[in-house]
Design a protein around this ligand. Structure first.
Ligand SMILES: NC(=O)C1=CN([C@@H]2O[C@H](COP(=O)(O)OP(=O)(O)OC[C@H]3O[C@@H](n4cnc5c(N)ncnc54)[C@H](OP(=O)(O)O)[C@@H]3O)[C@@H](O)[C@H]2O)C=CC1
Ligand SMILES: CC(C)(CO)C(=O)C(=O)O
Length: 358
């Protein structure tokens, strides 16, 4: 079956997925709000690179400015739409593309955070599926240029699921299409997969945003590493309090991570060892910077309200204390407003404040 695929958002994730789909011969159209990016892709194609020479590819891809989307009325409708903009753009992006789907067409958040119900609130639950980006760390470092900072081909780079956990032909179809991008797993527990990825991002993204440190340097810095473990531990704790069966968080058993942040010295040593090992074994390039760290460097809005703030709000509803996440939310909001500057010292200050309050 031939699928027409639309991807709203041609940034690091949308551009990467779109380029690999186009390379495999799929009928794919990207839509992006950044005019220079659209024009550069039209002129030069998308240039991708990664950890190996084979990943340096150039791919022509069809791409439209947001304002040109109304022209889809003259084309065959799409079978699959992916939303790959930041979380705060989810609602309008869903509204933008929905009129151009076939009656059976599916629409999926291919984002971080937990936007499935946001998509469903516009498209209806019956049209909505989810794509978890579990193993692509990438950066749109210039218009039309994306570099991936982690290896291709490890199991479960992309995970797809129905909101109700069912296994459907349309999910199989989506998995088959995305299989031309990287490895795909089908999940029957999309929300737990989302919360697992949210725990990874809670540990790394906001910390990179508040400290300006790269992915590996977060781990190498003693204070940042301690703070990351606190953030992850709280996120996992809130996940467990919701009754979720979480997967490994950055290869760390979730319960070990939870205990590491709650004063268990053996668990802490184990977690630290896994994090440090990750900086040494070529699993992540030195240039890797979590997407929220990239946002702060570029002076752009972050996803903090959809990420660590969700940990704090859900924890508060369930009676789980999340002081580290609350502190980092306040810090990143302060940075967004221009009241604070990101630095490793800022993380040390947050740690002191938390210790003083407990
Ligand atoms: N990057 C990563 O490694 C990963 C990201 N994700 C998630 O994927 C979703 C999309 O994020 P991601 O692809 O990283 O986002 P990007 O920042 O790469 O791109 C998103 C959008 O940002 C704009 N944009 C990006 N850079 C610039 C710039 N320099 N100047 C002006 N506009 C720019 C464009 O639209 P606009 O102007 O409207 O913002 C673009 O479509 C998020 O939910 C993110 O958390 C998930 C896994 C990994
Ligand atoms: C690559 C990773 C996992 C870093 O936290 C990510 O999802 C992001 O940068 O948004």
């Amino acid at each position: 079956m031939t699928n027409r695929v639309a991807i709203v958002g041609a940034g690091a994730v949308g551009g990467y997925i779109g380029a690999y789909l186009a390379r495999a011969g799929h009928d794919v159209t990207l839509i992006d709000p950044w005019p220079e990016n659209v024009e550069a892709v039209r002129r030069d194609g998308f240039s991708l690179s990664g950890l190996t020479p084979e990943e340096s590819i150039n791919v022509p891809v069809r791409i439209l400015h947001v304002g040109d989307v109304q022209g889809f009325v003259r084309e065959a409708p799409f079978d699959i739409a992916l939303i790959a903009l930041k979380s705060y753009d989810t609602l309008w992006a869903t509204r933008l593309i929905l009129p151009y789907l076939t009656p059976q067409g599916v629409i999926a958040s291919a984002q971080n955070c937990i936007n499935d119900e946001r998509v469903a609130s516009v498209a209806g639950r019956e049209r909505t599926v989810g794509v978890v980006i579990a193993g692509i760390a990438a950066e749109l470092y210039e218009p039309a240029k994306i570099r991936r900072a982690v290896p291709r081909g490890v199991p479960g780079v992309l995970r797809v699921g129905e909101l109700d956990g069912s296994l459907t032909p349309r999910l199989q179809n989506l998995a088959a299409v995305l299989g031309d991008v990287d490895t795909v797993q089908i999940t029957t527990d999309l929300y737990a997969e989302r919360w697992t990825k949210l725990s990874v991002n809670a540990m790394r993204n906001s910390l990179s945003a508040a400290s300006s440190l790269s992915g590996n340097d977060i781990t190498r810095n003693d204070v940042a590493r301690r703070f990351a473990i606190r953030l992850g531990s709280e996120a996992v704790d809130v996940g467990f309090a919701q009754g979720l069966k979480l997967q490994a968080v950055s290869r760390i058993d979730p319960d070990t991570l939870r205990r590491a942040g709650r004063g268990d010295a053996a668990a802490y040593t184990e977690v630290e060892g896994i994090l440090i090992e990750e900086t040494r074994n070529g699993r992540r390039s030195e240039y890797q910077r979590p997407s929220m760290g990239q946002d702060v460097l570029r002076g752009r809005r972050t996803e903090i309200d959809f990420l660590n703030a969700l940990v704090v709000e859900t924890g508060s509803r369930l009676g789980i204390a999340t002081p580290a996440n609350a502190a980092i939310v306040a810090a990143v909001r302060g940075i967004e407003r221009g009241e604070l500057s990101p630095s490793a010292e800022l993380i040390a200050t947050l740690e002191q404040e938390i210790l003083a309050a407990t």
